[in-house]
Write a protein that binds this ligand. Structure first.
Ligand code: PMP
Length: 385
């Protein structure tokens, strides 16, 4: 039941110190439901109806391709309008979310049947330990490591570095750490959209990966794309996808096309204006709450000039990268949990357990509840003075 007195709603008892079981603010997953109100407002124009006879074939009947040309054009147009990636003269390959494309790209960049598998760097690679690749660590934690020779004596191996930019968890724009002819880089640009960061310039890397999940918020549709410079790499990625699933589902392609056409309305200003405002507002509110605390701190993000909005924009990251400052709060995840907040442990991202990632991109109720729990936790610092 609900508490009856003026205690914060997760607490009961005469001194409001008893925490109600099940009263949890879940800020663990990166479910992008912050965009749900936008799609509710655009419900009719974004709806897709598919007749039973429609799109039954493996290929598109008119073009015999496996990706709709119109969809590919919409993807290119979106990048041109937002100015976040160069797509002219580049190949585009679609897959089941960026998750599948990240695997495909690792496969494409790993040496074929080589005795020494590709060495992988950066967090996601824990999913990719396989015959042709092995996870090696986080390059951003290597000191002064711009050259591979400082970290390995193995010069014959292929190295694959993941660069997640903006970074998950802290939202900072990142550059590759490794260089050299044996290094291949995969740029995960899942969050390189005006909702989450200022757009600096069109990204122009060899392999760049994007996902519908974080642009329109349709994570459940499982739709991502890679923008690839090199024809051979493109073909190897496409071959992996074909062997895996034959064709990216036409139903999802149809939905993605519809969603992107709405996303492009008014030069994207409706969707991206909404997304940026929502994320900016959340960051401001959380920052304000935590500015009263000396026990917890947030990552520092600076305002930057955004070429899309053509003005300086304040930080609007997808996640808060919270640090527990007190010596005794070594297990920050546990500290938050006992206050009814579930985040994701810093160790998942290769960081100390003093850090926790809090998702800011869930639904409004989830965020409001998180903020309420944070305020209650911070107010304890004053209560015990
Ligand atoms: N890359 C990054 C950096 C992510 O945070 C996520 C999901 N949160 C993904 C890729 C996977 O996205 P999806 O498979 O839904 O495209």
């Amino acid at each position: 039941g609900k508490p009856m007195c003026e205690c914060n709603s997760c607490y009961v008892g005469a001194d409001c110190s008893h925490f109600l079981d099940g009263c949890i603010a879940d800020a663990d997953s990166g479910d992008p439901l912050f965009l749900e109100p936008f799609w509710m407002k655009n419900a009719a124009s974004s709806a897709v109806v598919v007749a039973g006879w429609h799109r039954m074939s493996y290929s598109f009947r008119d073009s015999h391709t496996r990706t709709s040309n119109e969809l590919e054009n919409h993807i290119r147009l979106l990048h041109a309008v937002i100015g976040n990636a160069v797509t002219e003269g580049r190949y585009i390959v679609i897959g089941v979310g960026s998750t599948q494309l990240l695997s495909a790209a690792v496969h494409a960049l790993s040496p074929n049947g080589s005795a020494s598998p590709a060495k992988l760097y950066k967090a996601q690679t824990k999913y990719f330990n396989s015959e042709d690749s092995k996870w090696q660590g986080d390059t951003s934690l290597w000191e002064n490591s711009t050259s591979l020779s400082k970290n390995t004596t193995d010069t014959s191996a292929t190295f694959v570095e993941f660069v997640t930019s903006p970074n998950n968890p802290d939202g900072k724009l990142m550059k590759a750490v490794l260089d050299g002819s044996s290094v291949k880089t995969i740029y995960d640009h899942a969050y390189y959209w005006p909702h989450f960061t200022a757009i600096e310039a069109p990204a122009d890397e060899n392999v760049m990966i994007f996902t519908l999940s974080k642009v329109t918020g349709h994570a459940g549709s499982r739709f991502g794309w890679a923008v690839v410079k090199d024809k051979d790499v493109y073909e190897r990625i496409a071959q992996y996808i074909n062997l895996n699933i034959l064709v990216a589902t036409h139903d999802t392609q149809l939905r993605a096309l519809k969603l992107l056409s709405v996303a492009l309305k008014g030069g994207g200003k409706e969707l991206f204006g909404f997304g940026y405002k929502a994320m900016r507002h959340r960051w401001k509110k959380l920052s304000r709450s935590l500015s009263k605390s000396s026990r917890f701190s947030l990552q520092n993000l600076e305002p930057m000039y955004c070429t899309y909005f053509e003005e300086v924009t304040g930080p609007s990251p997808a996640y808060a990268w919270l640090k527990c400052e007190r010596e005794e709060d070594k297990d920050c995840h546990e500290v938050l949990k006992s206050a009814g907040i579930i985040g994701r442990e810093g160790s998942v991202f290769g960081a100390e357990s003093r850090y926790v990632r809090l998702s800011l991109l869930k639904g409004q109720d989830d965020f409001d509840w998180l903020l309420e729990r944070i305020d209650a936790l911070v107010s304890q610092e004053y209560g015990s003075r």
